[in-house]
Design a protein around this ligand. Structure first.
Ligand code: 0WE
Length: 255
């Protein structure tokens, strides 16, 4: 018996075995949770299917979260499979690469809309549909980053999107609390994932955290997964609307 035994939920955002969504999946599976997955685009199918199989998942579907019809389709299908769910892991973000290289002031309307739509609105889009299936209460967990709170060079429009995401966590927590649905965010320190690859200066960021953070190291994917497990489990039954930093203490320095 594990602390997530008997709990069922859906995970959005596994791209490969380095994804924070995948670390969440492994932590949840290790404690008895049953997992459903969605992935973005044909290209990822070949990567996701074997991972889902590793954790015995009965549900792996494509879903472009920028398309309401695809979200509806996934939840209709999930409802037919399980009828009820206990948790959602939302680990999804996207901005145009060119908006993560230059200056924030140069962000186009289209770039702003894309980043906010995919990285912030999708939490609300998913939460509304998931809440209908959370008939015994539930837990919704998303991933955010320090760039929402303070200026991080080049994070730019993603920082604005994560600020909107963190505010959405609080408004969703207020709306869904009466159904005993909790909504929280994990603000993870930098981790080598697909989303972090190719970002200029990422290695230097990892080095800076190692030198400056109170714990003198970077966060591991497993530690982010364990925090998601805590939020899904009843250990966090009175915690909602929170953004918890899982960053080896880096953010307390205010750098
Ligand atoms: O939230 C993120 C990554 C978000 C992200 C990354 C990409 C890269 C490839 C969103 N969209 C894209 N679009 C792409 O085309 N992180 C917390 C990781 C991250 O991203 C940064 C960081 C850190 C840390 C970007 C600039 C500066 C620091």
């Amino acid at each position: 018996m594990g602390i997530a035994a008997g709990k069922k939920g859906i995970i959005f955002g596994v791209a490969n075995d380095h994804s924070l969504a995948w670390y969440c999946a492994q932590a949840l599976h290790s404690q008895g949770a049953e997992l459903a997955f969605t992935y973005q685009g044909e290209a990822l199918e070949r990567r996701i299917k074997p991972l889902a199989e590793e954790v015995g998942s009965p549900f792996v579907e494509p879903c472009d979260l920028s398309d309401d019809d695809q979200i509806d389709r996934v939840f209709t299908k999930l409802n037919r499979l399980w009828g009820e769910i206990d948790f959602v892991i939302h680990a999804v973000a996207f901005a145009d690469k060119k908006d993560l290289e230059g200056h924030f002031v140069d962000t186009s309307r289209a770039g702003f809309q894309l980043a906010l739509d995919v990285s912030a609105y999708t939490l609300t889009a998913v939460a509304r549909r998931a809440a209908q299936m959370m008939t015994s209460g539930g837990s919704i967990v998303t991933l955010t980053y320090y760039g929402a709170e303070k200026v991080v060079p080049h994070y730019n429009v993603m920082g604005v999107a994560k600020a909107a995401l963190e505010a959405s966590v609080r408004y969703l927590a207020a709306d869904l609390g009466e159904k005993n649905i909790r909504v929280n965010a994990i603000s993870a320190g930098p981790v080598r994932t697909l989303a972090a690859m190719g970002i200029s200066g990422f290695r230097e960021m990892l080095k800076l955290v190692e030198v400056k953070a109170p714990l003198k190291r970077n966060v591991q994917g497993q530690e982010v997964g364990n925090t998601a497990l805590y939020f899904v489990s009843d250990l966090s039954s009175a915690v909602t609307g929170e953004v918890v930093h899982v960053d080896c203490g880096y953010s307390i320095l205010g750098m």
